[in-house]
Design a protein around this ligand. Structure first.
Ligand code: ADP
Ligand code: ZN
Length: 439
């Protein structure tokens, strides 16, 4: 059997008891550090009547107040900074689709630890200094590009800092420079696969072996579709700007959940309504506490991502706890005619029924009634086959039936000609909810 490869073997395969002790030790220090250096969080703790001295072990974390995205907006830009600006070397920012942007600060040490997390992900996907890593996440304020870029440097791989966009050139470089690992959002990976075929090539014409895809939710069905079109093994990677960026957790060869880098982040799952901490194995909102950040440490930050945590022996040898693919953010969930609907459920049905991953969900309210439309693009092949209106209608009906079975409500399905839905180069916009405009 080939030797397993890790970027930091000792930490990644550390016995669970030892990791827990390490977490506790770092946590107690981080609480005191935040209390002493951050007025905003000190006030939250004071309001709750809890002092650093009250926090004596890891379990005492439940005494601490939560932080939410709203707190981060309120404290914008410097309110949660724990170091003077002169000690910081970089900022990043969330995409800020709703409301004010959130800005996170990094010291050089913060950047180094984050890069190591991404390096662990690259090595877990089979990367080494022999690999050529094409980073097609956006560069700039977004953490995707910078994170994988720095991680690839740590591994010693040849890094192609492509950023997203210009897809033909992307593929040309991939081919000419023999890129072996592609890093981008899954929706962009799907588009690159499509474009490759449009350019008259197949997976055999390129040298990719793996992809590291994240920053947005994607389904198992999407994974299979990308793996086929690019001829690779596709790995998930998760992260958020507030906590550092991509690489908070990453998938290994088992492709069944992402190992959380527990030496840097402590994860809890809570009931999003009551804030109560749930036992391992329950689905709930993921909450992170950073354990050794300097510039922008966050205690009990509510991510709004819905996950399940499980600690189990993994075939890869890593001991860190795993989180399942987030089902979507709690705020991605739509309530349509009183029923909870996640875009990921729709994606699953579409791909299972042989449709393309090019779709858009539109919700509106007319009078008191929610309207619910799903646009799905046909592939060239499907389009050719469905020449007759009857064929189209038959396909539409059968797809509607499959949706009703999954969702419990009936969407209006629209099958559109090829290339009629805008492709994503970053995070795909899957939902247009016009009801929000009326509020
Ligand atoms: P924004 O919150 O503005 O999108 P970020 O770029 O920091 O800013 O995005 C972080 C969020 O992206 C996470 O909280 C999560 O909802 C989503 N995300 C990141 N990676 C994944 C992934 N692998 N699967 C599903 N969702 C992900
Ligand atoms: Zn594993």
């Amino acid at each position: 059997m080939a030797k397993k490869m890790y970027f930091q073997e000792e930490i990644e395969t550390m016995p669970v008891e030892k990791i827990k002790a390490l977490q506790e030790e770092k946590f107690l220090k981080q609480v005191k550090y935040v209390y002493d250096n951050n007025e905003y969080y000190r006030n939250l703790m004071d309001e709750k009547g809890v002092k650093p001295e009250d926090i004596k072990c890891m379990e005492d974390i439940s005494k601490l107040p939560f932080l939410t995205k709203n707190d981060l907006r309120e404290a914008y830009p410097y309110g949660l900074l724990c170091r003077p600006v002169k000690d910081c070397v970089r900022i990043h920012s969330t995409s800020g689709t709703t409301g004010r942007r959130v800005v996170a600060f990094y010291t050089q040490n913060d950047i180094d630890l984050w890069a190591e997390c991404c390096a662990r992900a690259i090595v877990a996907a089979g990367g080494s200094e022999k690999d050529v890593v094409q980073v097609a996440y956006g560069y700039g304020l977004f953490t995707g590009g910078a994170g994988l870029h720095d991680g690839s440097h740590k591994v010693g791989s040849l890094t192609i800092p492509m950023s997203s966009g210009n897809t033909e050139r992307q593929i040309q470089f991939m081919k000419d420079l023999n890129a072996t690992i592609l890093c981008c959002t899954p929706s962009y990976a799907a588009y690159i696969g499509e474009k490759l075929h449009d350019m008259g090539m197949t997976a055999d014409d390129i040298n990719l072996k793996a992809g590291i895809f994240g920053a947005e939710p994607w389904t198992e069905e999407m994974r299979h579709s990308i793996e086929q079109s690019l001829g690779i093994k596709a790995y998930d990677i998760y992260g958020l700007t507030e906590i550092s960026g991509p690489g908070v957790s990453f998938e290994c060869e088992a492709q069944s959940g992402m190992h959380i880098n527990e030496d840097h982040f402590y994860a809890e799952v809570i009931d999003p309504d009551t804030g109560e901490v749930l036992p391992e194995g329950s689905e709930g909102e993921l909450v992170f506490t950073s354990l050794d950040k300097e510039a922008f440490p966050l205690l009990r930050y509510r991510t709004r991502d819905l996950v399940v945590l499980k600690r189990e022996q993994c075939s890869c040898g890593r001991t860190h706890i795993k989180m399942c693919k987030p089902k979507g953010r709690s705020d991605d969930m739509m309530i349509i005619r009183g029923v909870n609907v996640f875009p990921s459920q729709i994606e699953t049905v579409l791909l299972k029924c042989g449709y393309t991953p090019n779709y858009q969900i539109m919700v509106d309210r007319i009078g008191n009634e929610d309207t619910f439309d799903i646009n799905v693009e046909l592939s060239e092949e499907q389009f050719k086959q469905m020449k007759e209106d009857e064929d189209l209608e038959k396909a539409r009906k059968s797809l509607t039936g499959a949706m009703v079975q999954m969702l419990g409500i009936r969407p209006k399905m629209h099958l559109l000609p090829p290339k009629s839905i805008v492709r994503s180069e970053g995070k795909a916009v899957r939902v247009v909810d016009k009801r929000k405009l009326h509020d």
